[in-house]
Write a new protein. Sequence first.
Length: 345
Amino acid sequence: MKNLSRRAALGGIAAAIAAPSLVRAQGARELVIVTYPGRLSEPHRWLGDQMERRHAGLRIRLVPSDSQDIVAQIKAGQGASPFDAMPNDEPPHITAMAEGYIARRRDANLRNLGNVFPELLAKSQGFGVPATYSLVGIAYNSQIVRTPPESWADLWRPEFRGKVGIARTSSNLGLATLAIAAKSFGGSETALDAGWDKLRELQPKAARSPAILTQMLEREEIAIAPLWNNNTASAAEKGLPIRFHMPKPGAIAIISFMSAISRTRHPELVDEWLDGILSPEYQARAAGAPYFFGPTVRGVSVPEAARPYTPSTPAEVLALQTIDWNAIAPQRGGLVERFDRVFAL
């Protein structure tokens, strides 16, 4: 994904993980933030630069990763956490709350909290702030697909059989794809068997990650796939004939939360970081190219370049669909095992 995938962990992460503990042991004033790999970390870097200018001697250290090594390091840490804040999409956010390694939000310290869309804030359940959202829609190669799909159910048109790509259920994209298949054909988050049956009907090509799925689309190994808007935009940016469609009844919005980590040494600075995430300046920057993150606060205009990939009108926003992650997240381990059995991964 042209180094844009926030879901594929970078190599050499162990050295980055070890560095915070070493620096802190030397008494440096440092805020350590887990961020996305590649260019998707750039809005975080911008925000960190703003904070460093306001606080003489402060260093904002970004650790790019989507690796479970981060969670393991937090859980294994003795005393203060080696990290101060981290992003999580909805399913791992639910797990983080249950396992206690993220902290409850301190609302009184967040001036911008009142600008957040209430429906999105409610999904945080009092932990962290809704930083952005990404969409799962339909990506397709316009040189292969002559009649673009209008709805999720159109993925099952006969001409697409054997040409659809799907992501492994270890990713949020893969879980969303399973839920979409179930809900499109009479099932639900608590009745996923319909989804398994319909996915098998596709005779799909399975990928271990959204990044690999994007590469398969670029190489024309597949013609069409449920895919993140960010991945699709990156492929299109390369000049490839890749298009993104928000199908009926609506694209799937998945919120990314930024949360304070329990046992942070710097709760006041973390509150300032969270408040900065909700600032109009940060939100507008994250909504623009090449990031295309959906804004979670009122009054932020979606840039023209982002409009093929992000809702920009009230009607598009109202059409967005959500998933009951509370029903799916606890099943994740079993769903991954079943996916690997069914699709031989």
